[in-house]
Design a protein. Structure first.
Length: 509
C-alpha cells in the first residue's frame, strides 16, 4: 500500500459512519493502515465509538455540496455508504442528487477512487420492474460510475451479520413463529454474504488499479431460498423444525406490516427488504476475487455466517446494529435550554428522590434501562405505547439495546436515541416515536450538599401545533403513574441491587 503523503497511509473519507456498515468499516480501515475521515450530520453520535480517537470526524451532509467538498480535501478514497431509504416518496430523487454531488466533489478534489456498496439486481429483469429501493441503488451506482472518478460498485444481496436488518428479520421470524404463513418470496433464490466478507471487499477495493471502474457482484458460496435460511437458522439455534406455508396473497406492502408486527424491523425498512426478494438475486460473476483474493474458508458459508452472528448476539457483543443509523425524519433540533429558551411552549415533568445507594449503583440502573430491563414503570402502558407507535409507522419498543449494560452517544434504545451521556451522571434520550412534537427524557445520578445520592428525572416536550398541546394534556394525567413510578422504581432498584452485592473484600493488614 503506497501513498504520496509521508505522514501516513492513504486517507479515506467514509460517509454513513453512524450506520451499520460504515460503523464497522472505519475500524477495519484504520487497522489496515488507512487514515480515516468521517462525514456525519451529527458528529456527536460517533464520539463514544471505540475507534473515535483514531479517526477525524467532520460535520456535513451528502446533500450539501459545500460540506462534501470541504470533507473531500486531501482524500484518496471516498466511500459512499448512505441512502435516503424511508425518507418519503422523493427518496429516489434525494439519492440521485446526493450521488451526483458526491461524484462531482470527488472529481473536483482529485479523489482517486470512489467505493460504493449497492444492491444486487437481477440481470434478466427490466429495471423499471424492480422495487424503488433496488432501482435507486442501481441508479446511484451508475451516477457514481459516470462521475469521472474510478469507481467500484459492490453489489450485495442479503447481508448476514449480528445486528443487520436482514439477520434480525430472519432471527425474529424464525424464533417467534413455529408455524408461519409466509409470502411466496420465501422460495426465491438469493445469495447471502457474511458482513465480514463485505467489509473485506470494501477495504480491498481501496487498492484496485486505477483503470478498474465497474460493478462487482459479491456473495457467499451458497445459493439458497429464504425458506432454506429460516430452516438453517432454526437448526443452528437449536429450535424445532419450523412449519412454513407459503401463500401468494401477501404483497410486499402487507409483508412489511406483518414483519413489523413480529420483528423489531419497522415497515419502512422491512418493505424494501421484502421487495428486494421478489426477484432472484444471485451473483453472475466473482471477478472481485481477481483483485481481492479469496482466503481459506472465505467467503464464509451461510451456516458459518449465521453461527457467528448468533454467537455475537448471545454474547451481547454487537458492534453496530441496523438501528445505528438515525430514523429517517427523526427530529434533530437541539434540546431547548433553560431558562432562556424562546422557541414557544415547553412542557416539563420533573421528579427528584433520595436514593439509599451510591451514585455508582444508581448509575448502573440508569445506564441499563430499556431493552429487556424495561422502563421501571407500568409495563403495560409502555407496551401499548410501543404498539401504537408501530401501527402509525414508528419504530416501537422492540429495537432494544445494542449492549445489555453500556450505552454510547447515538445508540438506539427502544423508541429513544441516546443524545447525550456523561458516564456516572447524565443520560439524555431523544424520542424517535411518532408524536406531534419533540421530546426528551433526562436521568441524573446526583448528590446533595451532604454527599447523599439523589435521582433526578426530567421529561421535556416541545409541542408542534394545536395537536401537540392536545397530546401533552391528554397524556399528562398518566405522568404520575409512568414518570413517577419510573423514578421510584429506579431509586428502589438501585438500593436493592447495592444491598444484594457482596461486600468488597478488604486487603489483609
Amino acid at each position: 500500500m503506497t501513498s504520496e503523503d509521508p505522514a501516513g497511509g492513504p486517507r479515506c473519507l467514509v460517509t454513513g459512519a453512524t450506520g451499520y456498515i460504515g460503523g464497522r468499516l472505519v475500524p477495519e480501515l484504520l487497522d489496515a493502515g488507512y487514515r480515516v475521515r468521517c462525514l456525519a450530520r451529527s458528529p456527536g453520535k460517533l464520539r463514544d465509538h471505540p475507534w473515535a480517537g483514531r479517526a477525524e470526524v467532520v460535520r456535513g451532509d451528502v446533500t450539501d455540496a459545500e460540506s462534501v467538498g470541504a470533507a473531500m480535501r486531501d482524500i484518496d478514497i471516498a466511500y459512499y455508504l448512505v441512502h435516503a431509504l424511508g425518507t418519503g416518496a422523493g427518496f429516489e430523487r434525494t439519492d440521485r442528487d446526493s450521488a451526483r454531488i458526491f461524484g462531482e466533489q470527488a472529481r473536483a478534489a482529485g479523489v482517486r477512487r470512489i467505493v460504493y456498496l449497492g444492491g444486487l439486481t437481477p440481470a434478466e429483469v427490466d429495471e423499471r420492474d424492480l422495487s424503488p429501493h433496488l432501482r435507486s441503488r442501481a441508479e446511484v451506482g451508475r451516477t457514481l460510475l459516470a462521475s469521472g472518478v474510478p469507481t467500484a460498485v459492490l453489489r450485495a444481496a442479503v447481508i448476514i451479520g449480528s445486528g443487520s436488518a436482514s439477520f434480525e428479520m430472519l432471527r425474529y421470524l424464525t424464533e417467534r413463529l413455529p408455524v408461519m404463513v409466509t409470502p411466496s418470496w420465501v422460495r426465491t433464490r438469493i445469495q447471502p454474504i457474511a458482513v465480514r466478507d463485505v467489509l473485506r471487499y470494501l477495504v480491498g477495493s481501496a487498492e484496485l488499479p486505477r483503470e478498474v471502474s465497474r460493478t462487482f457482484d459479491i456473495g457467499g458460496p451458497d445459493v439458497v431460498t429464504y425458506l432454506d435460511m429460516m430452516r438453517q437458522y432454526a437448526s443452528i439455534s437449536g429450535l424445532p423444525r419450523r412449519l412454513i406455508v407459503p401463500v401468494p396473497v401477501l404483497t410486499p406492502r402487507l409483508s412489511s406490516h406483518w414483519i413489523g408486527l413480529v420483528t423489531p424491523v419497522p415497515p419502512a425498512i422491512a418493505r424494501p427488504l421484502t421487495e428486494s426478494l421478489r426477484h432472484e438475486v444471485v451473483c453472475h460473476e466473482h471477478d472481485i476475487a481477481r483483485y481481492v483474493p479469496d482466503r481459506p474458508r472465505s467467503p464464509v458459508d451461510l451456516a458459518t455466517a449465521l453461527s457467528l452472528a448468533l454467537q455475537r448476539v448471545r454474547e451481547a457483543n454487537v458492534t453496530t446494529r441496523w438501528s445505528s443509523a438515525s430514523v429517517p425524519g427523526a427530529p434533530s433540533d437541539p434540546l431547548p435550554t433553560d431558562p432562556d429558551w424562546a422557541g414557544g411552549s415547553l412542557y416539563t415533568d420533573r421528579r427528584e428522590l433520595p436514593v439509599g445507594a451510591s451514585r455508582s449503583a444508581l448509575w448502573r440502573v440508569i445506564e441499563g434501562i430499556g431493552g429487556d430491563n424495561g422502563w421501571y414503570s407500568f409495563p403495560l402502558a409502555w407496551a401499548i405505547r410501543g404498539r401504537l407507535d408501530r401501527l402509525v409507522g414508528g419504530v416501537g419498543l422492540r429495537r432494544g439495546r445494542r449492549d445489555a449494560a453500556h450505552l454510547r452517544a447515538g445508540d438506539s434504545l427502544d423508541f429513544w436515541r441516546v443524545e447525550e451521556i456523561e458516564p456516572g451522571r447524565l443520560l439524555r434520550l431523544r424520542a424517535e416515536m411518532r408524536i406531534p412534537g419533540l421530546a426528551w427524557l433526562e436521568m441524573y445520578a446526583d448528590q446533595d450538599g451532604w454527599g447523599r445520592t439523589r435521582y433526578r428525572q426530567r421529561a421535556i416536550f416541545h409541542p408542534r401545533g394545536l395537536l401537540g398541546h392536545l397530546y401533552w394534556w391528554s397524556v399528562s394525567p398518566f405522568h404520575s403513574i409512568v414518570f413517577g413510578g419510573m423514578a421510584r422504581n429506579i431509586a428502589r432498584t438501585a438500593a436493592e441491587e447495592e444491598a444484594a452485592r457482596p461486600p468488597e473484600r478488604q486487603p489483609a493488614p
